[in-house]
Design a protein around this ligand. Structure first.
Ligand SMILES: [Fe+2]
Ligand SMILES: [Fe+2]
Length: 191
């Protein structure tokens, strides 16, 4: 594959990103690749379709694109990874993939506001990042969020996200999910 075609092919770019930065710490005794694969696997097990499986695989891709996400969080800065991820995915993938990724941080703030059980089970790291991300939504914010077109998908992704942090859990390989992701490309679907 030439350098030019690599730059144009999102699946190759994603493969390259996981190969180069997938071992970055997720912060909970697993790395970014393991968290992504566990998320995609849970989506499969819960009967989600290809778009949601792809969204789960790629929801934290912005962490790997951020120059130093871990340092940002340690300094008390939210790294804005959902926005970084959304901008990367937007030209390539359907709204069914991109929107839940873009909304998954807001979905956490939503769930923290409306579901006390969810808030109580957040891991230490997740609780810390929730504070950096603005804390639980107000009731007005939560009502507005719930009306967004992809709110339901973002909430399902978020619940999967919290469950996909099990050290040593076995998953299918990245190649399995990249094949699913390839079928969700915006340009492919238009043909
Ligand atoms: Fe995230
Ligand atoms: Fe995540």
């Amino acid at each position: 594959m030439t350098e030019t075609s690599l730059a144009r092919d999102p699946i190759a770019q994603i493969h390259d990103l996981f190969a180069r930065r997938g071992d970055l710490a997720y912060g909970e005794a697993i790395d970014q690749l393991q968290h992504a694969l566990q998320s995609a696997r849970l989506a499969e097990l819960r009967g989600e379709g290809p778009a949601m499986i792809t969204a789960c695989l790629l929801h934290d891709i912005g962490h790997m694109q951020h120059e130093d996400a871990a340092a940002a969080l340690a300094c008390g800065d939210d790294d804005g990874h959902e926005s970084i991820g959304m901008h990367f995915l937007l030209p390539w993938f359907s709204d069914q993939v991109v929107a839940p990724v873009a909304l998954h941080v807001q979905a956490k703030r939503y769930l923290a506001a409306v579901d006390a059980e969810y808030l109580a089970q957040l891991s230490r790291v997740s609780r810390h990042t929730l504070d950096l991300q603005g804390g639980p939504m107000s009731l007005v914010e939560a009502a507005t969020f719930a009306r967004l077109p992809f709110a339901s998908a973002a909430i399902r992704l978020r619940r999967i996200d919290e469950a996909a942090k099990v050290p040593g859990a076995s998953t299918p390989p990245l190649s399995h999910y990249l094949r699913i992701a390839a079928g969700c490309r915006r340009d492919r679907r238009a043909k």
